[in-house]
Design a binder for this molecule. Structure first.
Ligand code: APR
Length: 255
C-alpha cells in the first residue's frame, strides 16, 4: 500500500509540509462544515452562518451556531492521524503544519506552531476593536445542546462590541502572516503531504500546486479522488487515521 520510494523520501526529507483538511478530523467525529448543515441547521444557508453580513443580521444565531460546533470539538479527541503528525515533527528536520481546520485537535495531539489558515473556533475577538476574547472555563457547554441554537454573543470588555467567532468567514482575507508562511513553506519544502482535503476552497487549494509545479514530491492521502490525483506523485487511498500510522511505522519504527 505504501511505496518504498515514498518511505525513503520521508526518511530523508529536510523540510516536510503537511496540509490538512476536514478529513483529518473526520475520524474524531467532527463533521465538515457542510455536513453540519443538516438536522438542527438544515434550514440555514452557509453564507448566513459564516459571514459578517449574517452575523450582523442575527448575532445570536451565528454565535449559537459556532458555539454548537465548538461544543462538539471540545467533546472530541485527537485521532491517530493527529497523533502521528505530531510524532512526525520529532522525526524530520523541519515540519510546517498547515491546516484549514478550525478545531484544536492538532494542538491537543502535541503539534506546535500550526498555521490555521481558516482561523480557530477557540480564538474569538471583538467585531469592533478586535480585542481577543477568552472563553470562561467550560463556557456555555450546557447551552449548546441539540435543541438550543441561539446564544447572544458576549460583549467586549473594552468597547462593549459583540464578540465574533475567530474563524475566516466568506469573503474575508486569510490571516496574512500564516498565509505568507504557508506559501513560503510550500515553495521551500522537499516533500508535501496533503491529507483529508477536497482541495476546492481557494486560495488554500493553490498550495499543493505551488509544490507540484516545482516537481517537489506531492503526496495525497484521501479515501476519495480529488482534483489533486492528477498532479500528486503519490495518491494513497485510505483514511488518514489508518494510513498515517502505517506510513510512520514503515519509515521510522526500527525493525
Ligand atoms: N481521512 C482522510 N480524508 C478523509 C477522511 C478520512 N478519514 N474522511 C473524509 N476525507 C476527505 C474527503 O474525501 C474529502 O476529500 O476529506 C475531504 C474533506 O473535504 P471538505 O469537506 O471539502 O473539507 P476541506 O477540504 O477541509 O474544506 C475546506 O471549506 O467549508 C470550508 O472553511 C471550510 O476549511 C473548510 C474548507
Amino acid at each position: 500500500m505504501i511505496p518504498d520510494t515514498l518511505i525513503e523520501k520521508l526518511q530523508n526529507t529536510q523540510h516536510l509540509v503537511i496540509l490538512t483538511g476536514a478529513g483529518v478530523s473526520a475520524e474524531s467525529g467532527i463533521a465538515t462544515f457542510r455536513d453540519t448543515l443538516t438536522g438542527l441547521w438544515e434550514n440555514y444557508e452557509a453564507e448566513s452562518l459564516a459571514s459578517e453580513f449574517g452575523f450582523l443580521a442575527d448575532p445570536a444565531l451565528v454565535w449559537g451556531w459556532y458555539e454548537w460546533r465548538r461544543n462538539r470539538v471540545l467533546r472530541a479527541k485527537p485521532n491517530p492521524a493527529h497523533h502521528t503528525i505530531a510524532q512526525l515533527a520529532k522525526q524530520v528536520e523541519k515540519l510546517t503544519l498547515i491546516t484549514q481546520n478550525v478545531d484544536d485537535l492538532h494542538e491537543r495531539a502535541g503539534s506546535c506552531d500550526v498555521l490555521h489558515l481558516h482561523g480557530s473556533l477557540h480564538q474569538p475577538r471583538c467585531l469592533i476593536c478586535e480585542e481577543p476574547y477568552s472563553f470562561p472555563e467550560m463556557t456555555s457547554l450546557e447551552n449548546t445542546g441539540d435543541t438550543e441554537c441561539r446564544i447572544e454573543p458576549p460583549r467586549c470588555h473594552l468597547c462593549d462590541g459583540p464578540i465574533r467567532p475567530g474563524v475566516v468567514w466568506f469573503d474575508e482575507q486569510l490571516p496574512a502572516k500564516a498565509w505568507q508562511l504557508a506559501q513560503e513553506a510550500c515553495k521551500n519544502c522537499d516533500l508535501m503531504l496533503v491529507i483529508g482535503t477536497s482541495g476546492v476552497v481557494w486560495p488554500v487549494a493553490q498550495l499543493p500546486y505551488l509544490v507540484a509545479q516545482k516537481d517537489i514530491n506531492l503526496v495525497q492521502i484521501n479515501p476519495d479522488i480529488t482534483s489533486l490525483n492528477a498532479v500528486a506523485a503519490y495518491n494513497i487511498c485510505g483514511k488518514a487515521g489508518e494510513v498515517l500510522p502505517l506510513l510512520y511505522a514503515a519509515a521510522f519504527d526500527k525493525a
